[in-house]
Design a protein around this ligand. Sequence first.
Ligand code: SAH
Length: 281
Amino acid sequence: MNTSIKAPKVYLIGAGPGNPDLITVKAVKIIAEADVIMCDRLVSPEILETYVSKNAEIIYVGKECSKNASTPQSVINSLMVDYARQNKTVVRLKGGDVSVFSNILDELQTLRENHIPYEIIPGITAALGAAAYAGMPLTARGYATSVRFLTYYKSEILTDEYWKELAGTDDTLVFYMSKGNLAGLVEKFIRLNISDEKKIAVVEQATTPYQKVYTSSFDDFKNNFKGKTFASPSLVIIGKIVNLHEEFSWLENAAEEGLYFKSVENGSLIQKTQNFFEYAV
Ligand code: SAH
């Protein structure tokens, strides 16, 4: 299929969960032709180093919830519009997939209002990357019939009724952006009598060279991980399928410590064409 770019537009692209090879061929072709890349924090640095044209401008518009640091969405929106109006091909590159916890709606509305053509290219979301790289099929037959993508970065996101239902369901539960409230999450499920057939897994930096998977029963979690701060980003997976990790995991936990994704410094907007990675701390 011919994916060559005919008119300037904005491409909203999912870069996959971390490992730079886990991006689509279509995304790579478009990234190579783009004039401007507006990039989130959870995008593999190697993707930018490998595929972005030397003449392209890379703008780092990272957000980091745990640090409350972010480039305001309004700034991201107006940059996107400004560059597109200059007849540039703009790639808005986001970690994982663009439609999972990624503020894409704001950006789509802005593009719509400004009559700027766009295309959306999917990516592998963290849940799918983590499940594959931890050997835990999310809907394994006999273990779970559905999977839910949730978040618990603020406790009021889910109602009490919903929590009760969550504790009882056999669905696999995947919590994004929730490592900061993990103790509360575990306690909540214990109070709601979650079955002890269900386990909890925390997958740190899934699919990167620093991936580590920790699993535990709910009852032991507090003792096992007292005072532990999980690395960013981490994904929490809950359900019977976590029991499959031991048998089907194909990757050892990383021996080395380190952070694959750069941290956001004061949420500042960073713009640079060359030596981007020395600059974007
Ligand atoms: N659009 C992204 C999610 C953005 S929200 C996607 O589809 O994956 C950011 C959250 O995603 C993080 O707080 C973390 O919970 C999860 N996440 C993203 N990349 C991850 C990775 N490599 N390993 C573990 N969790 C990850």
